[in-house]
Design a protein around this ligand. Structure first.
Ligand SMILES: C[S@@+](CC[C@H](N)C(=O)[O-])C[C@H]1O[C@@H](n2cnc3c(N)ncnc32)[C@H](O)[C@@H]1O
Length: 188
């Protein structure tokens, strides 16, 4: 019911698309993705970040989300995401419905900028990294949301465990920036 009310309010301009990405995080995402030809966002939600990424680049943004349907078979989040995209006229933003590991099996474009912000459990983060990191070009960037405790991400999440325990052991990446819960890594 809450989601339906939000969709209706969004449709008439009384609500905006939701996101946990802070303004400072968004600025960092824009800084590192500006020159990207291919951007992938794992976890679209209401497309609040996706449309801004799309407006900031001459390349293409692929945003992946299963858009889980509720009891009535409707995903209100997807409706907000689609409406948001059409309002902003982002023609270079493509939604891909599916779980990241399923989409990853067939997605074969080399990626300049990868933003992982989907299932934050430790196992899912590991799986997303395994599936998607090899597609990132050398010199390309990976942004990991909810990697550090911050005001917008106060609880200990599996994504934080993955960042603190696994990332230091992975060769071929250098951390180049961070703000709030977000870190930016570069593939060497
Ligand atoms: C925190 S939200 C993403 C927020 C969005 N990136 C933003 O900047 O506003 C997480 C999203 O990940 C999606 N999700 C959950 N599991 C997923 C999976 N296995 N593959 C892709 N997306 C998934 C959820 O449906 C949800 O919309």
């Amino acid at each position: 019911m809450k989601s339906l009310v939000h969709l209706l309010k969004f449709a008439v301009g009384l609500d905006s698309a939701d996101s946990q990405v802070t303004d400072r995080e968004l600025q960092l995402l824009l800084q590192y993705s500006r020159d990207a030809e291919t951007i992938c966002e794992i976890g679209c939600f209401e497309s609040r970040t996706s449309v801004v990424l799309a407006a900031n680049t001459a390349g293409s943004v692929y945003s992946i989300d299963p858009f889980f349907r509720g009891r009535l078979g409707i995903c209100y989040t997807e409706w907000v995401a689609r409406l948001n995209r059409s309002r902003t006229g982002a023609r270079n933003l493509v939604f891909i419905r599916g779980l990241s590991h399923e989409v990853g099996r067939t997605f074969d474009l080399p990626i300049d900028f990868l933003f992982i912000d989907a299932d934050h459990s430790y196992e899912a983060m590991k799986a997303d990294w395994k599936e998607w990191f090899p597609k990132v070009k050398r010199g390309g960037y990976v942004a990991l949301h909810d990697s550090k405790p911050a005001v917008n991400s106060p609880h200990r999440l599996g994504s934080m465990q993955f960042y603190s325990e696994d990332i230091p052991k992975i060769s071929g990446v250098t951390e180049c920036d961070e703000v709030d819960s977000l870190v930016i890594l570069q593939r060497r």
